[in-house]
Design a protein around this ligand. Structure first.
Ligand code: AMP
Ligand code: ZN
Length: 134
């Protein structure tokens, strides 16, 4: 019986890992690839973008794999609210005291490259300019 219980656990874990084992942000969450972390708790992780578009560029992700903002449901509302409420704190940690921009790309039209929900928090000493390139 104990063996069967352990076997079930192993199988469940394997399925969970297999579902997202090609996800770069899940690998960061699990410590399999490095990141410059700026904030972490049980639910979320924030780290520096590897290819920043401005002097301050932080990514905030849920530790749970959610593929995209396009995939969230009402069951994710508390987590999303927590993430949104963390944004000004992360901006403060990064010394973005004159403001910032929050971007969430979703799907192919949104040009989402990494299929794990992430908030871009972008700022710098200079104004960022127009929201979209012409
Ligand atoms: P998006 O187009 O919204 O999916 O943006 C994905 C972002 O993830 C880009 O800004 C990338 O520079 C960033 N990124 C990809 N891989 C890594 C990584 N290993 N560490 C930090 N940032 C990453
Ligand atoms: Zn993931």
């Amino acid at each position: 019986m104990a063996f069967r219980g352990k076997l079930f656990f192993f199988t469940y874990q394997s399925i969970t890992m297999m579902a997202h084992n090609d996800c770069v942000f899940c690998k960061i969450v699990h410590g399999e690839i490095p990141a410059q972390k700026v904030y972490e708790d049980d639910d979320v992780l924030a780290f520096l973008d590897i290819n920043p578009v401005a002097p301050i560029h932080v990514l905030l992700i849920p530790k749970k794999h959610i593929a995209s903002l396009a995939n969230v449901t009402e069951t994710d509302a508390a987590l999303l609210g927590k993430m949104m409420a963390l944004v000004p704190k992360l901006a403060e940690i990064q010394k973005a005291d004159k403001g910032f921009r929050l971007i969430v790309n979703a799907g192919s039209i949104g040009n989402q490259e990494v299929q794990h929900l992430h908030f871009h928090i972008i700022s710098g000493p200079e104004p960022l300019g127009r929201m979209l390139a012409n």
